[in-house]
Design a protein. Structure first.
Length: 49
């Protein structure tokens, strides 16, 4: 019984990790894609002294 619980727990953790890494990669790709289309705007330009 303990073994089955451990296997299930490990499977759930791996599933969660894969899901999180997938969403992270998708977000990074989305940001890179948007930057390729629209050039990044400089929000606060620092004045040169």
């Amino acid at each position: 019984m303990k073994l089955a619980m451990m296997i299930t727990f490990t499977f759930l953790v791996l599933l969660l990790l894969s899901f999180l890494s997938f969403t992270l990669l998708t977000m990074i790709r989305k940001v890179e894609f948007e930057e390729m289309i629209v050039p990044p705007k400089k929000e606060d330009p620092k004045p040169e002294e």
